[in-house]
Design a protein around this ligand. Structure first.
Ligand code: PLP
Length: 398
């Protein structure tokens, strides 16, 4: 049947549209007002020098016959796959370069990867969640089972929390750690439980590690492949968007182990087949810039930028601590997920903050029903705006 009628089941994505409508209306009524934007998860710092240098050099390469590159290998340039492979191996994770696939970013991959997993599947999605998980599965026609996260499970639901109904057996399990929007991070023991559960149920974990570079606690895993058995049940999807400021430059990578098989089929080989059919690779210039992120100097420079966002987080956390407001995140993630004060609803708190303090955050309800009553602050803004926002929060709510 044409068209794909699953689109009828998508809810309109009102979240950021509603936010910008409300903010624009406020600005119209309060000419010249400065808005403290802590809503959208886009970075504010430019690309680091090492990446810029590599991008410039790659542009020059394209100007000479001897160094010019046409189509790139669909799964990624050897230099890029090796740079990412070395990054994993330097942390003791023994993946091979041909288990790394370049991508134009995690969003693309989160949708495209469903190609590997077949139709009519059951996807387990822990909410509050990054909205693309739900929408990609609706478009695909999959059944979605939601698993609620809340203060009671530290926003880290476990297999034992899966509702005991309809002989539920998920085929696909989404895990986002560090989490957007809650900032919660799974430790090794908890991830091991999920890996054990996936293996027992023949499920595949789609591990979204877009925020791994923000992990501060040394004991916390950056990758699902730090967990024994994950090489038999997991795919890891990563992004340079927040790690290295690539939101507008676009590059990410996906790791599919060669040991990941289902029903005698090898998912790594299938993804090679998929990529060679559906893409013509990522631009040479972008892959050169992205590979520079993984050099020693590149790593040093991106960490300097991440430090700025972490200072923002500390500043906001200090304000919330002072106010006695409960929250998760901030320490190992660039998001702070706070309980709305005085039992306010999340949109009610949004309006209150905008009108009384000119601060914009993201209402938790936009990440799933169980996000109602919570609010997300992004720490990607400028230090000056973040400091002023923290001071305004203390004045308003203290
Ligand atoms: N996954 C999560 C959890 C995100 O928060 C985001 C972006 O905000 C993405 C994936 C998408 O990242 P990209 O910019 O690489 O598409």
């Amino acid at each position: 049947m044409i068209p794909n009628e699953n689109y009828k089941n998508l809810k309109d994505s009102y979240l950021f549209y509603n936010i910008s409508q409300k903010v624009n209306a406020f600005i119209r009524q309060n000419e010249g007002v400065h808005i403290y934007r802590m809503g959208i998860g886009d970075v504010s710092l430019p690309l680091c020098e090492e990446v810029i240098k590599a991008l410039h050099k790659a542009v020059n390469d394209q100007s000479a016959k001897e160094t010019f590159h046409g189509y790139m290998p669909e799964c990624g340039a050897d230099f890029f796959r090796k740079a990412v492979g070395d990054y994993y191996r330097s942390r003791g994770i023994l993946i091979a370069d041909d288990e790394v696939f370049v991508s134009s970013g995690a969003s693309d991959e989160l949708g495209d990867i469903l190609d590997l997993l077949g139709r009519d599947k059951t996807a387990l999605i822990m909410e509050p969640a990054y909205p693309a998980y739900v929408d990609a599965n609706i478009i695909w026609g999959n059944r979605i089972v939601r698993l609620d996260a809340g203060m009671e499970n530290g926003f880290l639901p476990m297999p034992s929390d899966i509702p005991d109904r309809d002989n539920l057996k998920p085929d696909i399990i989404y895990i986002c750690s560090p989490n957007n929007p809650t900032g919660a991070v799974y430790d090794r023991e908890k991830l091991s439980e999920w890996v054990g559960y996936a293996i027992k149920n023949d499920a595949v974990i789609l591990f979204d590690a877009a925020y791994e570079a923000f992990i501060e606690d040394e004991a916390l895993p950056h990758s699902i492949f730090e967990i024994e058995g994950a090489e038999k049940c997991a795919i890891e999807i990563c992004s340079l968007s927040k790690t290295a400021g690539f939101t507008g430059t676009r590059c990410g990578y996906t790791v599919i182990p060669k040991t990941l098989e289902r029903a005698g089929m090898n998912l790594n080989s299938m993804w090679v087949r998929n990529r060679t059919t559906k893409t013509n690779g990522v631009s040479y210039i972008i892959q050169r810039g992205a590979a520079a992120v993984f050099t020693e100097e590149g790593q040093r420079q991106i960490k300097e930028n991440i430090k700025v966002y972490k200072n923002n987080a500390r500043c906001l956390m200090k304000a919330l601590d002072r106010l006695g407001i409960k929250y998760t995140g901030g320490k190992n993630a660039p998001y702070i997920w706070m309980q709305c004060p005085g039992n306010m609803g999340s949109w009610e708190f949004f309006d209150y903050l905008l009108s009384k303090a000119q601060i914009v955050g993201t209402p938790g309800e936009g990440f799933g029903k169980c996000g109602e009553g919570y609010f997300r602050f992004s720490t990607f803004g400028s230090p000056e705006d973040t400091e002023e926002s923290a001071a305004r929060l203390v004045r308003l709510l203290g």
